[in-house]
Design a protein around this ligand. Structure first.
Ligand code: FAD
Length: 530
């Protein structure tokens, strides 16, 4: 009998044993009230475009109860064969993490996406003390949708990703970082409450004080413990405008020293990032959203050795009404006066807060016009302790960045004390409390880099990551957003928190239905076999 049919019978049988659901009418109408649909091409694709695993069905849940019915049935079905389930936001994963080969993909975009904004007031909400403004949002909402709704009340979340067309559930399952993270921590540090359907099919509302272990497990939990259906996100007053500044460097040491200076000034500075400038192309592509004329003609090493430049990007929120002489000018002057960038190569613009946060959208549109958005994206993202960042940059220059490169390379510092060690997110140990995110965001234009070339890049990334993440004597970096190639790699990745991760899996998804696309827990008939 075909494996798919077996799955469906097992699941439907379990459901029949514990509910009054109607029996299978067709392969795509398995769960009575929870109808599975035929897969679409997008359920076997993601932004990375290097992994393609087709599910046998998809679920478009209308509520948490639909997901609970599915997971409850599967977790109580006879052990073998059992379908696995992956939550999928908009599939902006890089290596199949939101896919489920021969399993079920739960598309969270179909959940209610209402955004309910509650202004700050001291008191108790659902039994929890709160004095903060917050938004209750559906996990399938895009961050841009959350922003649009919150701005109507003059509010906004504190911590962002660079790109806003990602779902709340998707980024909270990873970490969610951008230039605000040095000040407010990653997005997972700015959540007050979650509604989660566990692998057992239980719907649980959790927070730091209510079912805290589940709350922390799911944050950065790579979709392993439950499917987030709603989230309560912390808000702050939104500035109408932002002063956005860029300064150029020809020394990596000075560049990182200045970045570290900026993150030590959270009272003045609201956002800090930075990127490498390898060639003319990277200046042009990074300037699409930055509406200032950059009068900078770098020498990219025409005489032999490749010259590399670096650009710090920082921003200051501007709350002044239009037309008034702004205190922001004063702040920028003060901050810039302490920086050591190339003289006369600092540029600044004033943009609306929305345009600032939505800046990558313009780059997306430009890449789409060039046919360079829906292409493979072999990306490499690493959290690197401060002491190893220069070494890793050199290693990348000698390997991954030595040849033809199309894309962006982000480098910026974060403070480890803004990350809650109770969450499932993994960061390196950084004795001085500073780590960097180093992101090699490559687009592989099929006309210049075919399948074999993409494979080679991925292999090169694996070698660099193995070297950078090697425990004991190595740089001690940790990968972000990566699917590890083997179980041994996953154990090394989690390090001391592996046992806690394993215990949480046993508690919330004991039969290992969830998150097959991460490759952490291969299906076994004994949950204790690892
Ligand atoms: P998906 O890719 O669909 O899912 C991601 C993972 O989470 C999967 O394992 C999935 O099973 C799981 N998951 C999804 N929804 C849920 C849910 N509701 N409950 C439980 N598990 C769930 N990340 C940053 O931190 N900072 C950035 O600046 C940033 N910029 C990006 C820019 C671009 C152009 C892209 C493509 C990605 C960027 N990312 C960034 C990465 C992003 O955080 C991840 O791609 C993440 O996967 C979000 O995408 P998604 O919402 O489509 O989730």
């Amino acid at each position: 009998m075909d494996l798919r049919v077996l799955y469906m019978y097992a699941a439907a049988l379990a459901l029949l044993l514990c509910s009054a659901a109607t029996f299978i009418q067709s392969p795509t109408d398995v769960f009575g009230p929870v109808a599975l649909l035929e897969p679409t091409p997008s359920s076997a694709r993601d932004f990375g475009a290097v992994v393609s695993d087709a599910p046998f069905g998809i679920l478009r849940p209308g509520s948490s109860a639909d997901i609970a019915l599915l997971l409850g049935a599967l977790s109580s079905a006879p052990p073998r064969p059992r379908a696995t389930v992956a939550a999928r936001g908009v599939g902006h994963s890089l290596q199949g993490q939101a896919q489920a080969r021969d399993g079920i993909v739960v598309e969270t975009r179909s959940l209610p996406r209402t955004v309910v904004v509650v202004a700050a007031r001291a008191g108790r909400v659902s039994g929890e003390a709160t004095e903060h403004a917050y938004a209750d949002v559906g996990a399938g909402a895009l961050w841009v949708e959350v922003l649009e709704e919150c701005l109507k009340a003059g509010l906004a979340p504190l911590s962002w990703t660079d790109y806003l067309y990602l779902t709340v559930g998707g980024t909270l399952s990873n970490a969610g970082i951008s230039g605000q993270a040095f000040k407010h921590g990653p997005q997972i540090s700015n959540v007050l409450q979650l509604q989660v359907v566990t692998g057992n099919g239980e719907v649980v509302t959790c927070s730091r004080t209510k079912s805290p272990d589940l709350f922390f497990a799911v944050l950065g939990g790579l979709g392993q413990f439950g499917i987030i259906t709603r989230a309560r996100i912390l808000l702050q007053e939104a500035p109408p405008k932002v002063r956005w500044v860029r300064a150029f460097y020809d020394s990596f040491e000075t560049f990182t020293k200045d970045q570290e200076l900026l993150i030590s000034m959270p009272e003045q500075v609201d956002y800090v990032e930075g990127f490498m400038v390898l060639d003319e192309h990277s200046i042009r592509s990074s300037s699409i959203a930055f509406p200032a004329r950059i009068d900078f003609s770098p020498d990219f090493g025409s005489e032999g050795r490749k010259k590399v430049y670096y650009c710090i990007e920082f921003a200051v929120h501007d709350f002044q009404p239009d037309g008034s002489s702004s205190s922001v000018d004063h702040v920028v002057e003060l901050v810039a006066g302490r920086m050591s960038h190339m003289r006369s190569h600092m540029y600044s613009v004033e943009v609306s807060y929305f345009d600032f946060l939505n800046r990558v959208r313009m780059e997306e549109e430009s890449l789409r016009r060039q046919g360079l958005w829906d292409v493979p994206h072999p990306w490499l993202n690493m959290f690197v302790p401060k002491h190893g960042i220069a070494q890793l940059k050199d290693l990348l220059m000698d390997t991954v960045l030595a040849g033809d490169f199309q894309g962006a390379i982000l480098v910026y510092p974060l403070l480890t004390d803004k990350w809650d060690g109770n969450t499932s997110a993994v960061i390196p140990s950084a004795p001085d409390g500073v780590m960097y995110i180093l992101s090699v965001l490559r687009s592989a234009d099929p006309s210049r880099c075919g399948r074999g070339c993409v494979e080679e890049i991925l292999e090169q990334h694996r070698r660099v990551a193995d070297e950078a993440c090697r425990a004991g004597g190595g740089i001690g970096a940790k990968q972000y957003l990566a699917r590890q190639p083997t179980q041994v790699h996953w154990r090394t990745h989690f390090g001391p928190s592996w046992d806690r991760f394993l215990a949480r899996k046993a508690r919330y998804d004991p039969v290992r239905v969830l998150g097959p696309g991460q490759g952490i827990f291969p299906w076994t008939d004994s949950a204790s076999s690892m």
